[in-house]
Design a protein around this ligand. Structure first.
Ligand SMILES: Cc1ncc(COP(=O)(O)O)c(C=O)c1O
Length: 367
């Protein structure tokens, strides 16, 4: 039988959770609470729903290929960034079928067999998968105090290093690296390495120490900033994200981008989502309130530890004698789905008030 490439065999496939309806059917419950994938519990803006309904009034649009360059969405992004004082042009933006696809495109563009990429551990698992799938070597640097060890990552650079990944905020810890340390890191980072700044949870960050990575893009550095509509904008199922980099980098990435990689529904939904600042504000407010509630309640539970978050999820460290698998299994029986992310670590998405309360009630029952 045909064999896969040796480096493809090394990849652990991503295992998605069971469909929520199936969990509900098995447990005989009406509404399971899913706090496992850092989705937006409020859903998208009503303007998004209206834009999709309007699109369906012209069903022939579904029979046509999408607008391959994402012209209108890029216009909307340029306008949005201009309001914040950042001048962007279409050739400095790339749209992706989720920011996930942009990780893959960047890796395929800049990294070949035997080349190295540096990333943190634990961090977003897709980085290592993507690098390994190209025959590259994923060098993982342990977090320090739950945050990226930027100095440690610099020390791992060799002649073969092509890409460095930084998730800021990091998934699964929800932590950020600060402006000062990031600035120092940028001063030492050689120019022939692509820095991928993954800012999937950008909109949720409240810290005033968060670095403005667009400054480095404006200085012409080799940086690709990734953002997504999957999280704060609530469009995870439509798969749309974007990358910002200097035109030379976007041009190289466009060589291997599928011509119609983002679909029409996603493009018009993302454009509508950008136009509703009020909804985004509500999403962030609900997340902040949920965060405060969860902090308060988790502090009352003995022997567990949690890491303060800048995102829409919380990383919880369980006591020595309790495994994350056990907690996951016990919680799911109570209709609450969370994600085990290490032997004693779980990640819980911040949900709506009643979802957070249901999680806390069930979590307390287990202890
Ligand atoms: C750090 C990080 N980056 C990227 C993504 C991918 O997001 P998407 O492909 O939906 O844009 C995720 C999703 O969970 C994430 O946590």
């Amino acid at each position: 039988m045909i064999k896969p490439l040796s480096y493809v065999e090394k990849i652990q496939p991503y295992i998605p959770g069971k469909p929520i309806k199936e969990v509900e059917r098995e447990l005989g419950i009406k509404r399971a609470i899913k706090l496992a994938s850092n989705e937006n519990p409020l859903g998208p803006s009503p303007k998004v729903i209206q834009a999709i309904k309007d699109l369906l009034k012209e069903p022939e649009e579904l029979a046509r290929y999408p607008e391959g360059s994402g012209y209108y969405l890029k216009n909307a992004l340029c306008e949005k960034f201009l309001q914040k004082g950042v001048k962007l042009s279409h050739d400095e933006i790339i749209l992706g079928n989720g920011s996930n696809e942009l990780i893959d495109i960047a890796v395929k563009t800049y990294l070949g067999p035997g080349d190295e990429a540096i990333m943190a551990n634990p961090s977003f698992i897709v980085y290592a998968m993507s690098v390994t799938s190209q025959g590259g070597i994923a060098k993982e640097v342990p977090l320090k105090d739950w945050r990226h060890d930027l100095e440690g990552m610099l020390k791992e650079i060799t002649q073969k290093t092509k890409i460095i990944f930084i998730a800021n905020p990091n998934n699964p810890t929800g932590t950020i690296n600060f402006r000062d340390e990031f600035h120092k890191f940028m001063e030492s980072l050689p120019d022939n390495i692509l820095l991928i700044m993954d800012e999937a949870y950008y909109e949720y960050v409240s810290s005033d120490k968060y670095p403005d990575t667009l400054e480095y893009f404006q200085q012409g550095r080799d940086i690709l900033i990734l953002r997504t509509f999957s999280k704060a904008y609530g469009l995870a199922s439509l798969r749309i994200g974007y990358g910002i980099a200097k035109a030379e980098i976007i041009r190289e990435m466009n060589r291997i981008r599928e011509p119609f990689n983002t679909n029409t529904v996603a493009q018009i939904a993302a454009e509508a989502a950008l136009s509703d600042e009020e909804h985004l504000g509500k999403v962030i407010q609900i997340n902040e309130e949920g965060k405060k509630y969860l902090y308060r309640e988790l502090e009352k539970i003995e022997h567990i530890k949690f890491i303060p978050t800048e995102a829409n999820f919380i990383y919880i460290i369980l006591p020595e004698n309790i495994s994350s698998k056990k907690v996951f299994e016990s919680l799911i029986k109570l209709g609450v789905i969370i994600r085990p992310v290490g032997p004693r670590q779980i990640r819980v998405t911040i949900g709506l008030k009643e979802e957070n309360e249901a999680f806390i009630e069930s979590f307390k029952k287990i202890f």
